[in-house]
Design a protein around this ligand. Structure first.
Ligand code: ZN
Length: 76
């Protein structure tokens, strides 16, 4: 009788442990994904080498720049 309850308790604890570790892995993977997305989105300015998000970058003939001023300096 007692061993039956003990078995259920062990299974329950194991299930909680697995669920918690799975959640940790999911959070880790999401963070890694966000980090990768950040790395991909950043582009260096061809004039001053400052890294700017791709969405804010000014596109020139030879690459991307942090501002229109730097694009004009590099590509007169
Ligand atoms: Zn620049």
């Amino acid at each position: 009788m007692v061993s039956k309850y003990l078995l259920i308790l062990v299974i329950l604890v194991a299930a909680i442990f697995i669920w918690r570790s799975n959640r940790k892995v999911a959070v880790k993977e999401r963070k890694a994904k966000e980090q990768r997305a950040k790395v991909i989105d950043m582009q260096p300015c061809r004039w001053c080498a400052v890294h700017i998000p791709a969405t804010e970058a000014v596109q020139g003939k030879h690459g991307s720049y942090c501002s229109t001023a730097h694009r004009l300096k590099a590509e007169p």
